[in-house]
Design a protein around this ligand. Structure first.
Ligand SMILES: Cc1ncc(COP(=O)(O)O)c(C=O)c1O
Length: 426
């Protein structure tokens, strides 16, 4: 939204936000989060029987975020003790928590069992044995899903965010050992109740073919377990990964179309095989929270290198948004205090970390920049705050939630005292 040449987000003037809360500053729009959740309700939850949406909390998590997700009736996926602890502190219904991850520690598994969470998604044989041992010790039982690697060969996204290929650290390979040793081992184990299967093929996907191909491979296994062990899968969790446009040139994904194609295929296959369709779960993270976030920075040094480029440096960078340096992620940006001005200059936006690779946006058209201007990087809701670090002892920014012209801080900005809070002086 535009007004007085300032960029407004969630009805709030971002220049005023920057002045009030300091920069860098993460801003999340509750209105966009709710709009995205409502779209999922309309085109998935309310449209089909026996389906569920889990929010993949790794994309962005704080106590307030978990509370929004709980209030909206979604489940949640966690992958670590820290995420689990946060979600529990937010008062989340433990039965709606699914615990993922390729190397859950004994402590994390004990925590999950103590909290009585809904599902543990077992990733490997080591974890399976460890889980059984803990359950025996605590005299408890646990519902589980098995994480599978579909072994796809052609997934169109960055290699760092592919997970569904054969060469992966995630999940069980679908092979003879799974079929003849692991599945019967789980089925015969009194402490475990195998509810079904899970896979997640990758992130930032736009191509539905990958989802459909993965499902077909998993369906073969579901059919095989039915025929060989008379085992009926109750839950099929097909993961997240739905892509979002980080850039004007990228077309948004038609989530309704994608989900209806996936559901049509799933329903058809189960019907043809004369089997009851299990509960279908999706677990989007980025799709819900990514477009709901922006980051505001203040511009400091502006440096022109004759015939090469002009750098404009901001007061944050790879410590609050690692994605451009990690896997060349593209972002779009605007000058918050010159929003309606013509974009006459080309800049490269540099972070302030001591790494040449700390570049947030390369060669972007913007109005002429002056020191003291505020830069907005768009679509930073997912995997920015959650991947933030204290590299160079930079402070992790605050998070402000905006909605209909109102704002509230949901994560306080770190302080220098926080930075040394765990240091022990000699
Ligand atoms: C198991 C699992 N589910 C869901 C997600 C969420 O992915 P996205 O944020 O791309 O939807 C991930 C991301 O890594 C994942 O590993």
């Amino acid at each position: 939204m535009k007004s007085n040449n300032h960029y407004f987000f969630g009805g709030v003037d971002t220049v005023e936000l920057a002045k009030k809360h300091e920069t860098p500053l993460y801003v999340l729009s509750e209105d966009i989060i709710l709009e995205n959740i409502n779209t999922l309700k309309k085109c998935f939850i309310d449209k089909y029987d026996n389906v569920k949406v889990l929010y993949a909390s790794k994309a962005f998590l704080s106590v307030a975020m978990a509370q929004i997700i709980g209030r909206e009736g979604l489940g949640i996926d966690v992958v670590s003790g820290g995420e689990l602890f946060t979600v529990m502190k937010a008062g989340f219904n433990p039965k709606e928590i699914f615990f993922h991850g390729n190397n859950k520690t004994q402590k994390e598994l004990e925590m999950a069992i103590d909290y009585d969470i809904g599902q543990i998604v077992v990733d490997n044989l080591y974890e399976l044995e460890l889980l059984i041992e803990i359950l025996k010790k605590e005299n408890k039982t646990q519902d589980v899903l098995l994480r599978l690697s579909p072994g796809l060969t052609n997934i169109d996204t960055h290699e760092y965010i592919i997970t569904g290929q054969r060469d992966t650290k995630f999940g069980f390979q679908i092979d003879e050992s799974l079929k003849n040793d692991i599945i019967p081992r789980i089925l015969s184990e009194d402490r475990l109740d195998l509810k079904g299967f899970h896979y997640h093929i990758g992130s930032q996907l736009f191509d539905n073919e990958t989802y459909l191909n993965a499902f077909k491979l998993i369906f073969d296994l579901i059919e095989w377990t039915k025929n060989n062990y008379n085992y009926s899968t109750e839950i099929l969790n097909i993961g997240g990964g739905f892509g979002i446009p980080y850039h004007e040139d990228i077309q948004p994904l038609d989530i309704e179309k994608i989900l209806s194609e996936i559901m049509d295929t799933i329903e058809k296959e189960f019907k043809q095989a004369n089997m009851t369709r299990p509960q279908v779960i999706i677990e989007p993270g980025r799709w819900i929270i990514g477009p709901a976030g922006i980051t505001i920075y203040k511009i400091g040094a502006v440096k022109s290198i004759e015939g090469i480029r002009t750098y404009a440096a901001v007061d944050g960078g790879m410590s609050d948004n690692i994605r451009p340096s990690l896997y060349n992620a593209l972002y779009s940006a605007d000058i918050a205090n010159k929003y309606n001005q013509e974009k006459t200059h080309i800049y490269t936006i540099a972070g302030k970390a001591c790494e040449s690779g700390d570049i947030l946006v390369k060669d972007i058209n913007l109005p002429e920049i002056e020191t003291g201007d505020y830069l907005i990087v768009h679509t930073t809701g997912a995997y920015n705050f959650s991947m933030a670090s204290n590299y160079n002892r930079m402070l992790i920014p605050a998070v402000v939630l905006v909605s209909k012209g109102k704002e509230r801080v949901i994560v306080k900005r770190q302080t220098y005292e926080d930075i040394i809070g765990r240091d022990i002086s000699l």
